[in-house]
Design a protein around this ligand. Structure first.
Ligand code: ZN
Ligand code: ZN
Length: 213
């Protein structure tokens, strides 16, 4: 765990007390999920060691269901909102996933924040684990200032979007995928070029998610 991670978890509990309580709510498409535990589990996916992804899906906790609602956890400028809408569309492009923004409420799966991450591009935390060990609620942090200052300036647009898609990818069960395996948004670090492959999930990845529900 990095030094700020504990503080982050504490902060989340403080401003989003619903994350640590047992909840009953109705999900879109009438998928009802009952959370009995009050267990608070934080998984911070900021490790720097690339993994070979021969592991079966999910490589990390998958989302509790394919209805994947997200919200802006704070007021973000339009250029940052656009990045998150872009990433949402990339997750929604996975056939089984139904991904959409909404006003933050009980039942929202992912909260988005802009945050200084001390040199990290982004981070994802599953704040509450639901039934079957899947993630019920989580939060995504993107360090826009860091991404905007990472050269070359001509690639800021691409790095912002790749990072948002990448963190979203963690929230549906992907760990890091090395370029030696295939090229996709789960690459760590800055994008090597402006190719769309760093912002779109390939059929291989999409098929894993489709088969998981
Ligand atoms: Zn990552
Ligand atoms: Zn991949």
């Amino acid at each position: 765990m990095l030094p700020w991670s504990h503080l982050l978890s504490t902060w989340l509990i403080r401003i989003h007390p619903e994350f640590s309580e047992g909840l009953t709510h109705t999900m879109p498409r009438s998928l009802k999920t009952i959370f009995l535990g009050a267990a608070m589990t934080s998984v911070l996916l900021l490790a720097t060691t690339p993994v070979a992804n021969a592991a079966p899906f999910p490589e990390l906790r998958m989302a509790d269901n394919y209805a994947h609602a997200w919200c802006f956890g704070e007021t973000l400028p339009k250029d940052q909102q656009d990045v998150i809408f872009y990433a949402s569309d990339r997750i929604d492009a996975i056939p089984i996933m139904d991904t959409y923004g909404q006003t933050c409420r009980s039942g929202t799966d992912v909260y988005f924040y802009d945050k200084d991450l001390d040199g990290l591009r982004g981070g994802y935390i599953c704040t509450t684990v639901g039934p079957n060990g899947r993630c019920a609620y989580g939060a995504i942090y993107i360090d826009f200032a860091y991404l905007d200052s990472d050269p070359p300036a001509s690639r800021v647009w691409h790095n912002r979007r790749k990072t948002a898609v990448h963190e979203f990818g963690h929230s549906i069960g992907f760990d890091h995928h090395s370029p030696g395996y295939h090229d996709c948004p789960m690459l760590q670090g800055r994008v090597p070029d402006d190719h769309y492959k760093w912002r779109y999930f390939p059929v291989h990845d999409a098929d894993h998610v489709n088969a998981a529900y």
